[in-house]
Every structure is written in C-alpha cells, then in structure tokens.
Design a protein around this ligand. Structure first.
Ligand SMILES: *Cc1c(COP(=O)(O)O)cnc(C)c1O
Length: 353
C-alpha cells in the first residue's frame, strides 16, 4: 500500500553545519519536509520537498479562528544504525481525534504513516545517536481558506518537518500548583492536541516563571482541586509504598503516548498503578509526611521530567534527589532502550522505516 509522493531533493544539505552534541531544542530543521493539501473534499498527492518558508494570505483562516492541530513524535536509530519510529500509530489515532474535535478532515493511516516513513528515510542522517537524543517529528494540520468568515475551512495543509534534538529537560523542575487559570474544562478540547490549548497556557506559565518556577501543575476548572497535567506533560506521583498515581483520562487530559508507555511498563513489572481523580490535598498530605518519593511529567519531548519542588499555596515540598528516584530513572532507561532497540520490544511499539 505504499503511496507515491512527488519528491524534490534539497540540492544544498545543511547537515555539515549541524553540531549534534549541542542542539538547542526546536531551532534546527532537517533538509526536507512533507506537505499534502486538502481541497474539494480530498487529500491531493503528497510531496517531499526542501525545508523552507511557505507563503499564505493574511486572511488565512487558521490564524484567525484557530483550526490548527499537531503531533509530536520521535525517530531513533536501532543498534545497527537503522531508522525507526516509536508508536506512530498512537500518534496517528490521536491526530484524527484532534481533527474530529476541531471540525477538520481526518487523514488515512496510510498517508500519515507513509509520509513519516518516507520523510525520515530521506533525512535519516539527521537522526542523532547520542543517548537521549532523537529526530523530533512534527506533523501538523491547519486551515488554509483565504476567508474571514466563521465556518470550518474547506482547505487544509498537512505538513511534517523534523528537528534533531537532545534531551529536553536536563535538570529536575520546580512546579507550582495553579489555582487561578485552567487548561481545559468539561466539553472543551483538552483531549485534542490543538494549538489553541497551548496559546492559552502561555501567560499562566510565564507568570509562574517570573516567580521562579519552570512549569505549572494545572488543576480542574471547577474547583481547582484535582491535578490534571504539568505544563504540556502528563503527571505521575509515586508514594512510599511504590504505588503510582496518575490522573485518569477524563476528557480534559491529553492521552499521552509516553503516559501510556509508562503505565504499561509499570504494570508489566507488577507495580500498582492507579488512574483516578487526584485531589491535590492527597499529594500535599503525602509530601508533608515524607511519603511522596517521586513525581514526574511525561511527554515525547522530555520523556520524563522529574519534579524537584512542588509549591502549593504557601507550602513548598522538596522531593528526593534525582539519583534516588528509582521509578522515574527506571522508566527513563527502559523507554530509551526500547526506542533504540537495545532491549526487546515486547509490546510491538517500534515501526521500522
Ligand atoms: C503532547 C502532550 C502531552 C504528552 O503526550 P505524548 O504523547 O507523551 O508526547 C501531554 N499533555 C499535553 C497537553 C500535550 O499536548
């Protein structure tokens, strides 16, 4: 079922200018990108072309009304240097969930997966191999009608570009429990990876940064009582009896692929993982009693972002040192080893290019 795309090779590779040991996240782009347009109710022929600027009308409807969704995933090399993707079918499924919620057209599995494979194949020399590094892939779709009227767009573009990246959060982070703003509310689009969800998070996050924090912990919009996510990562807490708690997917929480990988690996190793509504008081009380032994965010970019400090109202809870975090260190290593095929992929998560 291999789809045929138009291919225009980049005559001037930039790879020689790239220092793979020192990459700033999201600033360096590989030589090629993929693009396919949606017109008259169907996806046209896709194209792999040199990475570069694209030009649109000022009336581009996604800029005004926000029909824009994206995915974030990674390509790795196995121990023989062959390129591979980690759980791309999960990103594909989530992409269509986001598309449906935002009134945008769905994309076929063949188009999503083949475009990724062919793009990564062409740019496979851009996959860094240092531990914790990868080729970050950014598939996204946005409305392209030149029309300033409120209705779903008739035309869309789907594009994928690639960024070589090193690990995202090198240090454990300080977070603050946010009780004023909220990320998502019942009936909104919290389970869609929609650009607007990020737009509304910028001010609360930069306010927290001014107070010396790296990220916020979102709480529910009704009572600001239940924890939801940390910034743009899913949240996990570990109690001293090694019970692992994570907020249940209730429609307001993004269904993270890394979250799911952590849950499956933990359950497979016989840990007690509980998905439920987590009252911030339960976490605070555990921390006060010295029973909160680990807390971390999970996401494709960071993989595991260990939390060192949680600020809640006028209390500050300091967590054990990073080296002592048995569970988050184990997960980080385990997932990294599966992604690079250093260990067996018993869940079938790897797709070879
Ligand atoms: C992308 C994202 C995550 C993490 O999802 P992964 O599939 O693990 O990368 C978590 N929360 C939000 C809000 C996100 O947008």
């Amino acid at each position: 079922m291999s789809l045929v795309f138009k291919i225009s090779k980049n005559p001037q590779s930039k790879i020689a200018e790239c220092d793979f040991n020192n990459i700033e996240f999201g600033k360096l782009f590989s030589d090629h990108m993929f693009r396919v347009d949606y017109e008259n109710g169907e996806w046209k022929t896709g194209e792999i072309l040199p990475y570069g600027n694209i030009s649109f009308s000022p009336a581009l409807s996604s800029l005004h009304y926000g029909q824009a969704i994206f995915e974030g995933m990674k390509a790795f090399k196995d121990t023989n240097g062959k390129p591979q993707l980690f759980r791309p079918l999960d990103n594909f499924e989530r992409f269509n969930i986001s598309a449906v919620r935002m009134g945008m057209p769905e994309i076929s599995e063949a188009l999503f997966i083949e475009s990724l494979r062919q793009l990564v194949n062409i740019d496979q020399d851009w996959i860094p191999t240092k531990e914790g590094s990868a080729l970050y892939l950014r598939p996204f779709m946005f409305a392209t009608d030149d029309f300033v009227g409120v209705r779903p767009s008739n035309n869309y573009s789907f594009i994928i570009f690639c960024c070589p990246v090193n690990s995202y959060y090198p240090k454990p982070i300080k977070v603050k429990v946010e009780e004023k703003y909220t990320r998502a509310f019942d009936g909104m689009a919290g389970s869609a990876k929609a650009a607007g969800n990020y737009g509304i998070s910028m001010k609360p996050t930069s306010d927290a940064k001014k107070e010396g924090f790296d990220q916020i912990i979102w709480t529910d919009g009704k009572e600001h009582k239940y924890v939801e996510e940390s910034g743009t990562t899913n949240l996990f807490f570990v109690l001293s009896d090694e019970t692992v708690l994570t907020p249940a997917l209730d429609g307001n929480i993004l269904k993270g692929v890394t979250r799911d990988s952590c849950i499956k690996l933990l359950k497979d190793a016989n840990y007690n993982v509980i998905e439920k509504h987590i009252d911030i008081e339960e976490i605070a009380q555990a921390a006060r009693e010295g029973k909160l032994i680990d807390a971390f965010g999970t996401g494709t970019a960071a993989l595991i972002a260990k939390i060192e400090t949680i600020a809640y109202r006028n209390e500050r809870f300091e967590l054990p040192a990073a080296e002592e975090r048995k569970i988050s260190n184990w997960l980080y290593k385990k997932i990294g080893d599966i992604q690079t095929s250093k260990i067996e992929d018993k869940f079938g998560w790897i797709v070879k290019i």
